[in-house]
Design a protein. Structure first.
Length: 191
């Protein structure tokens, strides 16, 4: 992995949506590998991304295939952050499948390469995903986070999300237990 240098710290990430990513054959070809590297490294470091052990390349490829299919169907948005044409972050939301929940979506994953954290990548990805949700007519965008993930919870609060519930000690990682925190952003009536 190429380290982020002080020069890179002043660079702003370039955000791509799924269509832009697909239209760049070189980047699209490297995307699954880059996404796997980011997700596996973060999970290896203890990040709360839904896996206890780092996901395999096949697991990540299957996940991305599902997200791209949902994007094609109008049921998702995917954003990718690049610095110097290197993928440093990704995030996506998926529309709820139940007919009564169709106006709503869940921010499923947000992952930023540890070497690019602190550069505003997570904020830029989340803001773009919120804008995509508005454009898609999503009424309420939800997410959940592990209770010990204070930086993520702070980021979401600063972008307008509010906590609407908490399951104490719900997430089990070996012998450790963490709260599962539910947050929402009500987009109804916001322009």
């Amino acid at each position: 992995m190429k380290p982020v240098t002080p020069h890179d710290a002043t660079a702003r990430p370039v955000l791509l949506d799924a269509v832009e990513l697909a239209s760049d054959p070189d980047l699209r070809e490297r995307f699954a590998e880059s996404a796997h590297r980011i997700l596996a490294d973060l999970v290896r470091g203890g990040a709360a991304l839904g896996w206890v052990e780092p996901p395999s390349p096949d697991e990540v490829a299957e996940l991305l295939d599902h997200v791209f299919a949902a994007v094609r169907d109008g049921d998702a948005a995917l954003r990718v952050a690049c610095l110097d044409r290197r993928v440093v972050g990704l995030g996506y939301w998926l529309r709820y499948a139940r007919p009564t929940h169709r106006p709503h979506a869940d921010l499923e994953k947000l992952a930023v390469d540890s070497a690019a954290q602190g550069l505003g990548v997570g904020r830029a990805l989340t803001a773009a995903l919120i804008a995509d949700a508005r454009e898609a007519g999503i009424e309420v965008l939800t997410l959940d986070a592990r209770g010990d993930n204070a930086p993520a919870l702070h980021l979401y609060r600063t972008l307008g999300f509010t906590e609407y519930g908490r399951l104490p000690d719900f997430v089990a990682v070996g012998e450790r237990r963490y709260d599962k925190v539910f947050c929402m952003l009500d987009l109804r009536g916001q322009d």
